[in-house]
Design a protein around this ligand. Structure first.
Ligand code: IPM
Ligand code: MN
Length: 356
C-alpha cells in the first residue's frame, strides 16, 4: 500500500473550477498509476461564498487546512467583489496564516510553445524564481495620516526580517544546490536605492554563499533583471527575491514561457501544508465555457505531487504535458487551443497512462 495524502481542493472563482476539474483528473490518474492515494476534500471558498455569507477564510477551515498534506487552488477573484477583498482575505491570508514563506515559480519554455522572444528556445528559458511570500510590501505595514484631506499621507512599508530573509535565501541556496541545472543563484534586488532592505538581503546572501560553496552566486537589480529576462534569459538558473519584485518578475516570466495558460506556482512551507495554484486569475469572461487552458492548473498539480514526495508521478505528468504541447495544443490562449478544457485534460491523462 502506498501513502495516502489529504488534499484540500479549493476550486474558487471564475474558471477555477474548470481548470481544477482537469487537474483533479490528472493527479487522480497519476496516483493510480504510481501507487498512492489522494483523499481530495473540496472547500467552498471564493467570491460566491463571500457574497452569500460574508465568509472569506473562516477559522475552522484554516485549522482544517493545517492538518492537510496540501492545498490545490484554482483561482480567487470575482467581478462583483471589490478588488483586494478576496485577494487579501483568502489568498494572502492563507499565505500568512499557514506561513507559506516560499513562492516557487518555474519559468520553463516547453518545446512546441510559442514565446514572444523570437530568438530563444526551450534550452534558453528554463529557470526558477524563489519569491519570499510572507513579508516585504505585502506585510501590510503602514497606514494613513489625515486621510481624505489635502495633507493626506499614505505610508506602505516593506518589512524584511533577518529570520524571514534568511529562511528564504536558505531555501533558494538548497534548491540551487540540489535541484537546479547549473547550481547558479542570482539575487534580485535594488541595493542602489533600497539601501536598508536589500542591504539585509545582500549581507545574508553573502553569508550563506560561504556555506554553499558549490553554488555560483550573482546579483542583479530588479530593473536589470527585467531586461535580461527578455534579452538573455539563458543567464538565469535560480533567481531569489523579495515578495513584490517576485510578484512582478514572475508575470514577466509567465509571458516568456508562453503565457498564463502554462504558468504554475507553489506556496510552500517545507515539511508542512503547502498550496499549489495556477498563477493566472479567475478569467471571468471565459467562465463556464470549457475554453480555458487547464495546463497551468495541471502543472500546479505536478508541483504538488513533487512536493509531497512523488517525483516519478510529477515527472510523468510533466512528460505528458510536453506531449500535449508538441502534438495537440499549439496556441495556449483560452478559446484558441483547438481543444476544449476537458479535452486537454483527457489528453494529458491519455499520455500519462501510455508512458512507461
Ligand atoms: C500572485 C497574485 C497575488 C499577489 C495577488 C492576487 C494578491 O498576483 O499570486 O502573484 O500579488 O501575490
Ligand atoms: Mn502576481
Amino acid at each position: 500500500m502506498g501513502s495516502t495524502y489529504d488534499i484540500g481542493v479549493v476550486p474558487g472563482d471564475g474558471t477555477g473550477p474548470e481548470v481544477i476539474r482537469e487537474g483533479r483528473k490528472v493527479i487522480t490518474a497519476a496516483a493510480e498509476k504510481y501507487g498512492f492515494s489522494l483523499n481530495l476534500v473540496d472547500y467552498d471558498l471564493g467570491g460566491d461564498r463571500y457574497l452569500a455569507t460574508g465568509d472569506l477564510l473562516p477559522d475552522n477551515v484554516l485549522s482544517e487546512f493545517r492538518d492537510l498534506n496540501a492545498i490545490y487552488l484554482g483561482a480567487i477573484g470575482h467581478p462583483e467583489v471589490k478588488p483586494g477583498v478576496l485577494e487579501k482575505g483568502i489568498l494572502l491570508n492563507m499565505r500568512f496564516e499557514l506561513d507559506l514563506y516560499i513562492n516557487l515559480r518555474p519559468v520553463k519554455l516547453y518545446p512546441g510553445v510559442v514565446t514572444p522572444l523570437t530568438d530563444k528556445g526551450p534550452e534558453d528559458i528554463d529557470f526558477v524564481v524563489v519569491r519570499e511570500n510572507t513579508e516585504g510590501l505585502y506585510a501590510g505595514a503602514g497606514g494613513f495620516l489625515k486621510k481624505g484631506t489635502a495633507q493626506e499621507v499614505a505610508v506602505q512599508e516593506s518589512i524584511n526580517t533577518r529570520f524571514g530573509v534568511e529562511r528564504c535565501l536558505r531555501y533558494a541556496f538548497e534548491y540551487a544546490r540540489d535541484r537546479s541545472r547549473n547550481k547558479k543563484l542570482t539575487l534580485c534586488g535594488k541595493t542602489n536605492v533600497l539601501t536598508y532592505a536589500f542591504d539585509l538581503w545582500e549581507r545574508s546572501f553573502k553569508e550563506l554563499a560561504s556555506e554553499f560553496t558549490v553554488v555560483e552566486t550573482d546579483y542583479a537589480h530588479v530593473d536589470a533583471i527585467c531586461m535580461w529576462m527578455v534579452k538573455n534569459p539563458e543567464w538565469f538558473d535560480i533567481i531569489v527575491t523579495d515578495n513584490m519584485f517576485g510578484d512582478i518578475i514572475t508575470d514577466l516570466g509567465a509571458m516568456i514561457q508562453g503565457g498564463m495558460g502554462i504558468a504554475a506556482g507553489g506556496n510552500i512551507h517545507p515539511g508542512k501544508v503547502s498550496m499549489f495554484e495556477p498563477i493566472g486569475g479567475s478569467a471571468p469572461k471565459y467562465t463556464g465555457q470549457n475554453l480555458i487552458n487547464p495546463l497551468a492548473a495541471i502543472a500546479a498539480g505536478q508541483m504538488m505531487l513533487a512536493e509531497l514526495g512523488q517525483p516519478e508521478a510529477a515527472q510523468g505528468i510533466e512528460d505528458a504535458i510536453k506531449k500535449v504541447l508538441v502534438n495537440d495544443v499549439k496556441d495556449l490562449g483560452a478559446g484558441r487551443m483547438g481543444h476544449t478544457t476537458s479535452e486537454v485534460g483527457d489528453l494529458v491523462v491519455e499520455y500519462l497512462l501510455d508512458q512507461n
